[in-house]
Design a protein around this ligand. Structure first.
Ligand code: HXC
Ligand code: NAP
Length: 296
């Protein structure tokens, strides 16, 4: 019997006024998991900032929040650029008011065996994931410190930060850096009531995009890929975006006011499944090529 399905879409963990009169800044809040998390904050009363590079992505996020009945502002930013991050906070403050919660969700990632990964490919992913997370966290916290107000930061990580990620060496190393930042910054900012945690999702394929599936996967074979993945997951099912939303809002809510410096993995125990004898091993470049050519 697989792990139980969660309560249905729309079920509410926290009350509708938990984040009333608060602004939540979500990097990459216009697509995938960031959009799902942003929507749950909106259902709990928050106004939302959708911060990312692509105008169409931002508009999707803003539309989703407005459909819930909350205010949303899209702001253009490349989180690799600390100056642009500061400017985006200025724009948002002028339009909505100060940001109370920061969700560092934006990321870049692609599968490629390490010996074929260019130096620029490695640098690009680390720059988005690790430097981007630092840039946004620093900007947010310095404004909260200046105002004498607490706040909450949630990073969206990945379980392979703890284990390594063959075929995604850049992302795994950067996400490991994000875990480490979580621990450092939690201690630095706890005296000022600024909390920081990391939520590391497992496999959460999103309905509106190709998601984290095989290299080059088209949307139409996405379902087949998910079905195949089910056989590899101890819990017998993939994650549902609303489960992330509930955990993200809880971690940033007053009910979690003593929780800081934690990395919470939400993956049905998939990352812990290795026993002393593993499955038959196939070298990474061979499995990458096989899947790129459309194999299982
Ligand atoms: C090999 C690649 C590549 C690929 C890009 N590069 N894609 N190398 N395979 N598929 C190389 C380029 O050739 C270039 O190196 C360098 O990376 C930078 O590429 P640019 O296209 O110039 O970068 P940029 O325009 O800044 O775009 C960043 C990006 C892009 C990361 C490459 O894919 C992006 O914007 N992604 C955002 C969305 C995303 O990735 N989401 C996934 C999150 S899912 P050279 O040497 O040629 O100059 C996730 C799941 C975790 O994180 C799962 C955990 C279980
Ligand atoms: P996604 O839809 O591709 O989201 C990535 C988002 O990041 C996009 O909205 C993108 O927006 C934004 N972004 C990328 N680079 C940026 C930059 N330089 N500046 C500003 N915004 C940038 O992927 P996702 O699957 O939802 O992933 C969301 C988070 O969950 C990531 O941190 C990812 O590592 C993590 N995660 C996902 C899974 C999964 O199963 N999906 C599993 C584990 C972890 P623009 O293109 O508009 O800039």
């Amino acid at each position: 019997m697989p792990l139980a399905q969660p309560p249905p879409m729309g079920a509410q963990l926290l009350s509708e006024d938990t984040f009333a009169d608060q602004r939540v800044y979500v990097t990459g809040g216009g697509t995938g998991l960031g959009k799902a998390i942003a929507c749950e904050f909106a259902r709990c009363g928050a106004d939302i900032v959708v911060a990312s590079r692509d105008a169409e992505h931002r508009q999707d996020g803003v539309n989703a929040i407005e459909a819930i009945g909350r205010r949303a502002v899209g702001v253009e930013v490349d989180i690799r650029d600390a100056g642009a991050v500061a400017e985006s906070f200025d724009i948002v403050e002028a339009e909505l008011g100060p940001v109370d919660v920061l969700i560092n969700n934006a990321a870049g990632n692609f599968e490629v065996p390490a010996e074929r990964m260019s130096a620029n490919a490695f640098r690009t992913v680390v720059d988005i994931v690790l430097n981007g997370t630092f840039n946004c966290s620093r900007e947010f916290a310095s404004r909260r410190l200046q105002a004498g107000r607490g706040g909450a930061i949630l990073n969206i990580g990945a379980p392979y930060a703890a284990t390594g990620g063959p075929s995604t060496a850049h992302s795994a190393a950067a996400k490991a850096g994000v875990n480490n930042l979580t621990w450092s910054l939690a201690v630095e900012w706890a005296p000022d009531d600024i909390r920081i945690n990391t939520l590391a999702p497992g496999y959460f394929p999103e309905p509106d995009r190709s998601g984290w599936v095989s290299p080059g996967a088209a949307l139409d074979n996405r379902n087949a890929q998910i079905a195949e993945r089910l056989t590899t997951l101890p819990g017998g099912r993939v994650g549902e975006a609303r489960e992330l939303g509930w955990l993200a809002t809880f971690l940033c809510s007053p009910f979690a006011s003593y929780i800081t410096g934690h990395v919470v993995v939400l993956d049905g125990a998939n990352w812990l499944r290795r026993g002393p004898i593993g499955d038959p091993f196939e070298p990474i470049r061979e499995s990458f090529d096989r899947r790129r050519e459309g194999g299982p």
